[in-house]
Design a protein around this ligand. Structure first.
Ligand code: ATP
Ligand code: MG
Length: 705
């Protein structure tokens, strides 16, 4: 097969320009990601570039996986040598190989926002400041911003009272992270840049290794990421970046559009390619998206066209409140399915995660399976974090924060007093907390029990370390058992404890999956991977069902049927953006939302909405008004509130539609269908977590309140 048959002329040009820098600047759905993928295939297949010489950055792990799969179909199994991943995952690989040059141990761990928050809380306490007045999140945001701009504590310039405090915290925070041999998310990029900045030999080594660097979603790189790219691109300057200034939606995370605008200055002689044909959406959808984004002043300006002339008009629906809005969405989906679409062809997009609740409820009650992207994450659950804390200490004994989490969990008699004593000792002697545990025999002021317990724990952790080399899943299982976490949960005999046990079981399965997929039982790699798992990775893609997600999560994706919800002033555009003067970024977000749709597009808003218990009436969003009227078919349909339950209250064996019941394994749910009768009665229950399952009523052991 000739690769180029599947590309149009400018796309081909972007693939063929393999000497020197290339910038593809083009609107949504014009094939930027596709071009990047084919360019890599072309390099390998036709230009003799070894896959190991290719480094590509994607915005999510999911996108990385898809790109790898595509390329392996095109060029075969050698493609596994390519480095394709997010900035963070590439940074972890580079740091594992080289972080010793910065005085860290290569067995570093990655702290998530929870971990760093408790570290910051500790620091505020050490300074004796009022925690209410100086909450950790304040520092977290300020420090993250600084790192995204590649400013360390030494480069801190704000000398105001507030700024001075941040600097103090920032300085101590970095020192503590280093002592703990831990990095936060932003550090991954920050330290990689620092490494490449200060170690020319390391930089040269990577520049030799990667002859071609590619970046997708270039408009959303921040300064630190941009510097990382610059360092990694060798003297040949083989960088191919693709992006769309109209889709820059991460300004709040430090993304800087100037990276696009100044590309030519930074990479002289760059070839600029523009793509204007859109292969995704109908002309109606494109016209609407173009019309909206045209209201922005800060843009380079470009238009999209498609051969898919006409197309269905856009449906705008005004709902009395958010419940009705969600019912309408359920009806649209029913309708789409009736017309031959799969549930997974449909997506509901909203501005903030909190809006998902009404949709989840409506989908459950209408018997529509759905998949929620985001929400409470598996790896943030307490029991999962507990087991992970053990794993982290086993991997990196310097990780005091993780050790503190489990030092007395399950309870083993190392109380607060003993913990304080151990920490003092560690501080005095300049050793880690794990070191203090091992020395407990010689520490004064410890009770006999605390001493014994400390030594036992120290011994236990050592025995876990000695298992290096075993299968990962076995190790995780052994640690969860031998630490007595599982025993303790089993003894509790509550539903909640059972759920927790199941989650630990799931973690063990994850370890197995990781080992099978990545081909290594390395604990450090596993922990690094866990730390970078995003919302997307936790969504079961094979499961089927309507997609529910924020517009941010929908970046780069496409669906035949799209519902964009909550188009009200204050919701979308978000209130904050109006205060902060970033409405243009919200409008780009709207552009992203509209351009996800391939065939049918619905835009909805609610006249009243209850947020945090307060009902408000917001005017319709300016973004709706910016869609030209001739593209809109005002929808007349009103969804009957209890659609799925009409003919309701049909009672079979005492089970009623719409009734709340509890299943021993899955917890509380709502009955959405009852079929058959007598012993064959089958009930279908929607669980708030997302699943809709059917059971034989006879065996389901359902209970009521
Ligand atoms: P976004 O800005 O949303 O990330 P994009 O520019 O990356 O969009 P792609 O996702 O690469 O666009 O492409 C959009 C759709 O168009 C995909 O389904 C892709 O397969 C299809 N497509 C792109 N180029 C062509 C082409 N030359 N021929 C046929 N289909 C194409
Ligand atoms: Mg793309």
């Amino acid at each position: 097969m000739n690769l180029f048959d599947e590309l149009n002329e400018p796309q081909r040009q972007a693939c063929l320009a393999t000497d020197g820098p290339v910038l593809v600047l083009a609107g949504a759905g014009s094939g930027k990601t596709r071009t990047l993928t084919y360019r890599i295939a072309h390099l390998i297949q036709n230009q003799g570039v070894h896959p190991g010489q290719i480094l590509a950055f994607t915005f999510t792990n999911k996108a990385a996986r898809e790109m790898k799969n595509r390329i392996s179909v095109l060029v075969g199994p050698d493609s596994r040598f390519m480095w394709i991943g997010t900035f963070h995952s590439v940074a972890v690989r580079i740091l594992r190989e080289n972080i010793r040059h910065l005085g860290y141990d290569d067995r570093f761990v990655v702290y998530d926002t929870d971990d760093t928050r408790s570290l910051l809380k500790d620091i505020v306490r050490e300074f004796n400041w009022d925690e209410k007045e100086w909450p950790p999140s304040l520092f977290q945001t300020a420090i993250s911003r600084a790192k995204n701009k590649f400013q360390g504590p030494k480069q801190w310039t704000d000398t105001s009272f507030f700024g001075e405090r941040v600097r103090q915290v920032y300085e101590r925070y970095q020192k503590r992270l280093k002592d703990l041999n831990a990095l936060d998310f932003d550090d991954l990029i920050f330290q990689t840049v620092a490494l490449l900045d200060t170690h020319p030999e390391v930089k040269a080594q990577y520049q030799r290794r990667f002859r071609h660097v590619l970046v997708d979603e270039y408009q959303d790189t921040n300064l630190a990421q941009y510097q990382m790219v610059r360092h990694l691109v060798g003297p040949e300057g083989n960088l191919c970046a693709v992006g769309d200034d109209d889709q820059s939606i991460y300004g709040w995370r430090g993304a800087d559009m100037r990276n696009i605008l100044e590309f030519q200055r930074d990479f002289p002689g760059a070839t600029i390619v523009r793509l204007e044909e859109n292969y995704r959406s109908t002309q109606v959808i494109l016209d609407a998206a173009n019309a909206v984004v045209r209201n922005n002043r800060e843009r380079l300006g470009k238009e999209l066209w498609t051969e898919k002339k006409n197309g269905e008009k856009i449906r705008v629906y005004r709902a009395p409140d958010e419940e009705s809005e969600a019912w309408y969405a359920a009806e649209v989906i029913h309708e789409a399915v009736r017309h031959g679409h799969k549930l997974s062809d449909c997506a509901i997009l909203y501005r903030t995660n909190a809006q998902s609740r009404a949709f989840e409820m409506a989908m459950s009650r209408a018997g529509i399976t759905y998949r929620l992207v985001g929400g409470k994450r598996f790896y943030e659950r307490k029991e999962v974090k507990d087991v992970l804390a053990y794993l982290r200490v086993v991997f990196n004994p310097a990780d005091d924060m993780s050790l503190l989490r489990i030092i007395n969990y399950p309870r083993r008699g190392i109380g607060d007093v003993a913990q304080r004593r151990l920490r003092e000792y560690a501080l005095d002697q300049g050793v880690s907390l794990a070191g203090a545990l091992a020395a407990a025999g010689n520490i004064e002021g410890l009770s006999a029990q605390a001493r014994r317990a400390s030594l036992e724990l120290s011994e236990l952790l050592r025995s876990f370390q000695a298992q290096d080399g075993q299968s990962l899943a076995d190790r995780v299982r052994h640690i969860a058992e031998a630490s007595h976490i599982m025993t303790q949960l089993r003894q509790e005999r509550t539903r909640e404890a059972d759920d927790r046990l199941e989650n630990i079981g799931e973690l063990i399965s994850e370890a197995k999956r990781f080992e099978d997929e990545q081909g290594t039982p390395d604990l450090g790699e596993f922990l690094g991977w866990v730390a970078l798992v995003s919302d997307w990775d936790e969504t079961d893609e094979d499961a089927g069902g309507v997609w529910l997600m924020t517009v941010h999560s929908a970046k780069g994706l496409e669906f035949p049927v799209v519902i964009v919800a909550g188009l009200e002033e204050g919701v979308f555009p978000h209130m904050r953006s109006m205060d902060e003067g970033t409405v243009e970024e919200e409008r780009r977000l709207m552009y992203v939302a509209l351009t996800r749709a391939q065939e049918e597009l619905y835009v909805t808003y609610a006249e009243t909405r209850t947020i945090l218990g307060r009902t408000t009436a917001n005017p319709v969003s300016r973004f709706i008004k910016e869609i030209p009227e001739e593209l809109v078919a005002k929808s007349q349909r009103i969804a009957p509130p209890d659609r799925a339950l009409s003919g309701a209250n049909r009672t079979v064996e005492g089970l009623a539609l719409g009734e709340k019941v509890r299943h021993p394994r899955f917890g509380w749910g709502t009955i959405v269908a009852v079929r058959g009768d007598g012993d064959d009665t089958e009930v279908t229950i929607a669980f708030p977590g997302g699943g809709v399952r059917s059971f034989l009523a006879k065996f389901a052991q359902l209970t009521r309140e």
